[in-house]
Write a protein that binds this ligand. Sequence first.
Ligand SMILES: Cc1cc2nc3c(=O)[nH]c(=O)nc-3n(C[C@H](O)[C@H](O)[C@H](O)COP(=O)(O)O)c2cc1C
Length: 195
Amino acid sequence: MSVLLLAGSPSSPSRSTALLDAVADRLARRGVATDALAVRDLPAAALLAADTSHHSVQLAVDRIAKAQAIVVATPVYKAAYSGLLKVFLDLLPQTALRGKAVLPLATGGSPHHMLALDYALRPVLNALGARHILPGVYASDAQVTLTPEGAYQLQVDLFDRLAEAVDTLAAEGLKLGPRPAAFEPVHFSQVRCSV
Ligand SMILES: Cc1cc2nc3c(=O)[nH]c(=O)nc-3n(C[C@H](O)[C@H](O)[C@H](O)COP(=O)(O)O)c2cc1C
């Protein structure tokens, strides 16, 4: 069993990748093996040309295929996920995420774009066949601060939210613990909104 940690930020260091690092720590404590793939490390020309015959791209696609679950992290760019992540997702086979659990993570400069995970990324993960897309974790830049040493530090409540997300991933995506009762699907006519 392994979990692939997919980093979709073009930047290094990266706030959204810091969220992935915290998830990796938590998974390691549960004895779950992880594999880290940063899209920014793939050859740009092959990505932009969707060159699936390129060796590095093939290896990356294979790593996706081998993972039981994917944790994907992206910065919010222009109210959606990063273009870098998009070019990678676009070259995956149509059913690349079939049968897999996916935990989406994002960071953004503003808390106002927290729904980008749901309105932008989630439909794409769904189109790729993800079996179970877990509730995502969104953090604003103010919650991921830079230490004088140059490392990113997560606020305590963000750390707790990530820990909870990992526990859910372990229970529902990796079946490591007792599975919480599943929710029945709710018909759209029954959905209530409040502002
Ligand atoms: C080109 C660009 C576009 C951005 N667009 C948004 C945006 O629409 N909404 C937002 O909240 N933050 C936006 N940001 C801020 C980043 O999402 C934020 O700083 C994020 O934490 C960066 O993550 P990273 O360090 O993993 O790349 C943008 C940043 C850049 C560079």
